[in-house]
Design a protein around this ligand. Structure first.
Ligand SMILES: [Zn+2]
Length: 330
């Protein structure tokens, strides 16, 4: 029986398109490229998504990206992602894609952006706008090239913002300051993964050097009370993905998860699933688990996500109305 967590209109701001491809669609993509001996069947594929730590998660991610090779693969994957979002009553999502992970297949960022948009537009029930993940590991020069390419199709593909994902622990934010400045000048909105695989210094760096408007994850901010105070005072939205942190070993349990410290401190917490296929999670389930800790308002956090979204004023107000109306009637 669906409950109100399933039925409520939901919003997620931190979703990797490649990590949200439903398992059956992913299986189809792997088969269409000749299969892989490490995953003889669908249940073996499901089991492959378990990680020792954050670097092991990145390795698994890299393996999976080997099966998204053509524009058509991206269109098929994006449509399946959007359908799955619609089924979950996720009415608005900001999905990122990571072009540099696929250039080895001969795909350009422009091709990827347009192919993804074609798939997303087949599902009008859910609005999905895109962020481009400039990816830390190949370095800032490569990020500049990717940004240039994406800017050529940003209106056609509805790319609204940038982030940097990848190995945060090895690649601090500061070297990406110039590319962030240029993205901002080009009208893109700014977020960055920070305070996930690295500590508070990474969050400070994203705020001070990159000028981000939101923080992707940010949970390790709790290691620096002055940073938590700053996040609260400035009401900086945090894209918190609790289950993701448990699966990659950033947090040890739901009981001890830093999201509680952040919420208790009054931080501007929004809730997302990050890579729901990789982490076997969903936004509804995140809220269901959070509700066990009392005083956690799903409506409030959904409205915080609407407010922190990259939508324009009119659409943002309409979406907030829709969410409030549902909760009034529930
Ligand atoms: Zn992420």
């Amino acid at each position: 029986m669906p409950d109100r967590y399933d039925a409520a209109p939901k919003v997620e701001l931190h979703l990797h398109l490649e990590g949200a491809i439903p398992m059956a669609t992913l299986w189809g993509l792997i088969e269409s490229h000749g299969g892989d001996p490490s995953v003889p069947d669908l249940s073996a594929l499901e089991r492959r998504f378990a990680y020792r730590d954050f670097p092991h998660f990145i390795d698994t991610w890299w393996w999976m990206t080997g099966f998204l090779r053509t524009e058509d693969d991206f269109t098929v994957a994006a449509e399946a992602v959007a359908r799955h979002l619609a089924e979950q009553n996720i009415v608005y999502a900001e999905a990122s894609f990571s072009p540099t992970d696929f250039e080895r297949h001969g795909l350009t960022p422009q091709q990827m952006g347009v192919a993804i948009r074609q798939g997303l537009d087949r599902v009008p029930a859910t609005r999905v706008v895109l962020n481009v993940d400039l990816v830390r590991d190949p370095g800032p020069e490569r990020a500049e090239t990717t940004l240039d390419a994406v800017l050529e199709v940003s209106s056609e593909a509805d790319v609204r913002g940038i982030t940097i994902g990848g190995s945060e622990q090895d690649h601090p934010p500061e070297p990406f300051a110039a590319v962030y400045r240029r993205a901002s000048e080009a009208g893109l909105r700014l977020t960055a993964h920070a305070g996930e695989a690295a500590g508070p210094e990474s969050v400070w760096g994203a705020l001070r050097s990159l000028g981000v408007e939101r923080i992707g994850h940010g949970v390790r901010s709790v290691e620096d009370p002055a940073l938590v105070d700053h996040l609260v005072a400035k009401e900086i939205p945090l894209e918190v993905c609790p289950t993701s942190n448990l699966r990659t070993g950033v947090a040890s349990s739901w009981e001890d998860h830093p999201v509680h410290t952040l919420l208790d401190a009054g931080a501007n917490v929004t809730i997302s699933s990050d890579d729901p296929t990789f982490f076997h999670c969903s936004v509804a389930e995140e809220f269901r688990k959070l509700s066990r800790y009392g005083g956690r308002s799903m409506e409030k956090m959904t409205l915080a996500a609407v407010e922190a979204s990259w939508l324009g004023d009119v659409e943002r107000f309409e979406l907030a109305d829709r969410v409030q109306e549902w909760w009034r009637g529930s």
